[in-house]
Write a protein that binds this ligand. Structure first.
Ligand SMILES: Nc1ncnc2c1ncn2[C@@H]1O[C@H](COP(=O)(O)OP(=O)(O)OP(=O)(O)O)[C@@H](O)[C@H]1O
Ligand SMILES: [Mg+2]
Length: 585
């Protein structure tokens, strides 16, 4: 009952998507009805020819009705074609809009959602779900409705012709239905397996291709393709078995039903024809219908499974659409003001339950000061940055901006104040201009040029080319240093109040290193900044440095103070900063 209810709710939710496609829908629906009507009529024409026209030896009428018969058949062929096309287009159009909504929504989902749902498998699931939903609108499943009507119409005509015989031949129907359901249930297991294997393959594929450098670098192409091969073979075997089983079953099923039905009709009706109780035409009508009457039943049974699967897929798509995006969550919250200080007040955080990544950290970032975070890899520096940008919320404790809890603030207004340079710099396929302004038309080309010159990029990246130089996927056609400078420009172009910079650890040549340092210096001038520091120059400049270790802050102060009081800091400086700086000279 509750399942039915949810099904109904899902169907109601898809209705708005039909609204723009009324014409297609009506075309499809009416063609379908007319095809069914034609299928009902043509046996009646034959019956009429046999019972009335042939005995009357009326050649004129015979030609007329023969012509009519041909016309009906031809018309139903044409209509079936129109119906298939209309429904297919309807399906494509609906699913395109649904997918657009879905992807738009996914772009707004909290980052934490993607921790739990790796992009590879998420994409494959969304794609296969969409595929399933499209089938829901394909001619097959919409035909189920037509088939039911068709079936009913045939039964009614037959009841009029001979109620007793009609009722008798209906007896096997429940049993046949039950057999089909049992088979469908049996096959379900196979299909589920195929779907799972398919999702696995796509996930593996996506992950390997994303990491193509590593795969090739370590000569793991063969290993990767072996894994894929293995999974594909497994899928092939399961799919092949399922297809064979399915095909054999339905062929046998259809065949048995047709024979059973015709035999029953002949056995039941022939004596009546002989006795003169019914006409030969009626017998022919019964036989003609008989060949068709189970077709809708077979199709309904066959498609039930698919419909059910599509409903599950549709429900899953809607469940993603139902996840609250951040914009809704922060809809009418407080507009953040930052004039004094940002304070992490005993903040703890865990990505996964009971696996603390940050424990009781306290950080203060005063307006227009430079704060640096240092510490070993995995000690929680990037996590701190992500918390400050509001991508995650503290598990315990608060982040206060001028005393106001960030959790209650409008996160979009907050992020507008922040220029963020991430550790992993991401470039979109597109030109430099769009990569800097990230498709935000409010930012003019002039602003982009200005920020590029602020990071001293005008001469190098452009090298006679323009901001229209195309970057390839992930910016693989520019150098690491250029990529870093571009990401500075990207953060600067918004003229943010706060700069958050998760310094990349990768080393670049001394000249570029100097340029990055200078660009950084300009960028940070008269701004509040939080920097995850990997350069000595950065820590030397910082007003305050926090030393992270295993998610705790074990020391704080400026460089001189820390050099004096923290053994750990001295070690870190020696290991991390000095070696790197020496390289430079
Ligand atoms: N999305 C995530 N889901 C689960 N755990 C995560 C996630 N991101 C980071 N972690 C874990 O949290 C810890 C802190 O990671 P974080 O990225 O903050 O370190 P970091 O100090 O920035 O290191 P690095 O200097 O290498 O960049 C690590 O143990 C890491 O494995
Ligand atoms: Mg990091």
């Amino acid at each position: 009952m509750s399942r039915k209810k949810t099904d109904l709710r899902i169907i109601l939710r898809i209705f708005p998507y039909f609204a723009g496609e009324k014409k297609l829908f009506l075309t499809g629906f009416f063609s379908m009805m007319l095809v069914s009507a034609a299928n009902i009529v043509d046996p009646l024409i034959i019956g009429h020819i046999i019972d009335v026209i042939v005995p009357a030896k009326d050649m004129k009428q015979l030609f007329l009705f023969a012509g009519l018969f041909v016309a009906v058949i031809a018309l139903s062929g044409v209509l079936a074609y129109i119906q298939t096309i209309a429904m297919a287009r309807l399906g494509v159009s609906i699913i395109t809009r649904l997918k657009k909504d879905l992807y738009e929504h996914m772009l707004k989902l909290p980052i934490s959602y993607f921790d739990k749902n790796p992009v590879g498998s998420l994409m494959s699931r969304v794609e296969s779900d969409s595929e399933n939903v499209m089938q829901l609108f394909s001619s097959f499943s919409i035909m189920v409705i037509g088939n039911m009507l068709f079936f009913l119409a045939m039964v009614i005509v037959l009841l009029f012709k001979n109620a007793q015989v009609t009722l008798t031949i209906m007896i096997p129907i429940p049993f046949l239905f039950a057999a089909a359901l049992i088979m469908i249930n049996y096959l379900k297991r196979y299909f589920k397996k195929v779907r799972e294997l398919n999702a696995e393959i796509i996930a593996v594929l996506t992950e390997y291709i994303q990491g193509i450098f590593i795969v090739q670098l370590f000569n793991r192409e063969i290993m990767a393709s072996n894994i894929l091969d293995m999974k594909s073979k497994k899928k092939f075997t399961v799919e092949k078995n399922a297809a064979m089983l399915e095909y054999s079953f339905w062929s046998l099923y259809g065949f048995t039903i047709e024979i059973l039905f015709i035999v029953m009709v002949i056995l039941l009706l022939s004596p009546k024809v002989i006795a003169g109780a019914i006409t030969v035409g009626t017998l022919v009508i019964f036989i003609q219908y008989g060949r068709r009457i189970f077709e809708p039943l077979i199709q309904i049974s066959e498609n039930l499974n698919m419909i059910q699967r599509s409903m599950v897929s549709l429900a899953r798509i809607f469940s993603i659409l139902d996840i609250k995006d951040e914009r809704v969550m922060f809809h009418d919250s407080v507009k953040p003001e930052f004039n004094e200080a940002i304070v992490f007040e005993d903040v703890s955080f865990e990505y996964k339950k009971n696996e603390p990544v940050l424990s009781n950290i306290r950080i203060e970032i005063k307006k227009n000061k430079k704060v640096a975070l240092v510490g070993a890899s995995g000690s929680g520096k990037t996590t701190t940055v992500l918390l400050l940008c509001g991508f995650y919320h503290p598990t315990k404790g608060k982040i206060l901006v001028d005393g106001q809890d960030l959790r209650a603030a409008d996160i979009y207004q907050w992020r507008k104040k922040i220029g963020l340079v991430m550790q992993d710099i991401f470039m979109f396929p597109g030109n430099i201009l769009e990569n800097v302004r990230i498709y935000n038309d409010e930012i003019t080309k002039e602003m982009v040029l200005k920020s590029l010159s602020q990071v001293q990029l005008d001469e190098s990246v452009m090298q006679g080319e323009s901001v229209y130089r195309e970057l390839s996927e992930r910016g693989q056609n520019i150098s690491t240093g250029e990529r870093q400078l571009l990401s500075f420009a990207r953060a600067l172009v918004f003229n943010p109040e706060i700069i958050i910079l998760d310094e990349a650890t990768s080393s670049v040549d001394p000249r570029t290193e100097r340029r990055i340092r200078d660009a950084m210096h300009d960028m940070l001038k008269d701004r509040t900044s939080l920097i995850v520091a990997h350069r000595l120059s950065t820590v030397l400049n910082a007003d305050k440095i926090y030393l992270f270790q295993d998610g705790r802050i074990i020391a704080e102060g400026n460089h001189a103070q820390l050099m004096e009081k923290s053994e750990e800091y001295r070690k870190l400086v020696k290991l991390q900063f000095l070696t790197k700086d020496e390289d430079e000279n």
